[in-house]
Design a protein around this ligand. Structure first.
Ligand SMILES: *[C@@H]1O[C@H](CO)[C@@H](O)[C@H](O)[C@H]1NC(C)=O
Ligand SMILES: *[C@@H]1O[C@H](CO)[C@@H](O)[C@H](O)[C@H]1NC(C)=O
Length: 318
């Protein structure tokens, strides 16, 4: 179990050789949109309320100013890349995708992709530190991309938007106490007749969690598994659902969802409330009868105990 997160910054610019017409930036954390900016109103909008508090106003203003400052860089990119177009008034798009992954406060992966009119032309894996030129004509700007100015800008950008941001959020969230997940396990049959089991964990903190399926007490992959990925809830806890579509011959008996989370001392097991067979119904009925008998006898014991108790109380009052 690790404390990690994935940050993605996605910029989309529309413009011509002469001007930058539109620019929008969206940032995602673990696949959920967290911030939005556009050139038109030059505001940075934070989409998750608790993040506004975690980041602080000063930080948000500083980031917004940086985004305004970065507009010129997209204007330059547009200008250079559209240079060969015979029609200088034609619209083009530049997209810049920056993604990075943080693991225990350390940047473990970081990439930048530059996409021109829908085709990726430049890419860099920051671990390697060398730009890749994915189109022969893109190579003519190698000296610009690899110049100290752009190299420094790229590094600063990645540190400010990815590393700082993630650390800030993680620092805030670790103030919380650990919360174990609330679990729901369900069984249904889809329209094609396949059995779908799903196991949902929500309200847990921190983010790291593991859900797995066990059949007859054995871990394994028993069908087609799909996962929502770990998603943030509004209250800075997390959500994860793991679904298992069983092959047609599997009746879906004896399945258990196994959850591991730091707030649970040991892995917890949640069995699937499958269809009841005759035998199971019999045991269930027996179980209910036993429970009722137990309840009645307890109630009896309770009355006796209460009498004794009242007796003591009365004695003390005297
Ligand atoms: C170019 O893009 C701008 C902004 O998106 C748009 O308003 C304009 O109509 C586009 N022009 C052409 C010729 O497509
Ligand atoms: C622009 O034209 C020059 C000269 O014809 C060529 O070398 C270069 O690769 C072209 N650049 C782009 C981006 O198409």
């Amino acid at each position: 179990l690790t404390n990690d997160g994935v940050y993605v910054g996605q910029f989309t610019a529309v413009g011509t050789y002469y001007s930058l017409l539109e620019l929008s930036a969206i940032s995602f954390m673990d696949e959920v949109e967290v911030g939005f900016y556009n050139k038109e109103n030059q505001q940075l909008i934070i989409k998750i309320p608790w993040l506004t508090e975690a980041l602080g106003d000063a930080y948000i203003i500083q980031k917004r100013n940086l985004l305004v400052y970065h507009e010129q860089h997209f204007r330059w990119m547009m200008h250079f890349l559209a240079m060969n177009d015979t029609n200088h008034n034609r619209n083009h798009t530049v997209q810049l995708l920056a993604d990075c992954e943080i693991d225990n406060d350390i940047k473990v992966k970081s990439y930048i992709h530059i996409i021109w009119d829908g085709e990726e032309i430049y890419r860099i894996d920051e671990e390697v530190g060398q730009w890749e030129y994915l189109k022969p004509e893109a190579k003519q700007y190698q000296h610009i991309l690899e110049s100290p100015f752009w190299t420094d800008l790229r590094k600063r950008y990645m540190n400010q938007f990815c590393v700082d941001f993630m650390k800030k959020i993680m620092g805030y969230k670790s103030i919380r106490d650990n919360v174990p997940p609330e679990m729901t396990v369900s069984y249904r049959v889809n329209t094609e007749g396949s059995i779908i089991l799903s196991c949902t964990a929500t309200g847990f903190y921190p983010r790291s969690i593991q859900l797995q399926w066990e059949k007859n007490g054995e871990l394994g992959v028993w069908g087609k598994e799909t996962s929502t990925g770990i998603l943030p809830n509004m209250d800075s806890t997390f959500y994860l659902r793991l679904t298992l579509e069983l092959p047609p011959e599997d009746p879906g008996m004896n399945f258990t969802c196994v959850v591991e989370h730091v707030a649970l001392k040991t892995p917890a097991l949640y069995s699937v409330p499958g269809k009841l067979t005759k035998e199971k119904s019999f045991f269930l009925a027996l179980g209910i009868v036993l429970a009722v008998i137990l309840l009645l006898s307890c109630a009896g014991a309770f009355i006796v105990w209460k009498k004794r108790c009242t007796g003591l109380h009365v004695m003390r009052e005297r």
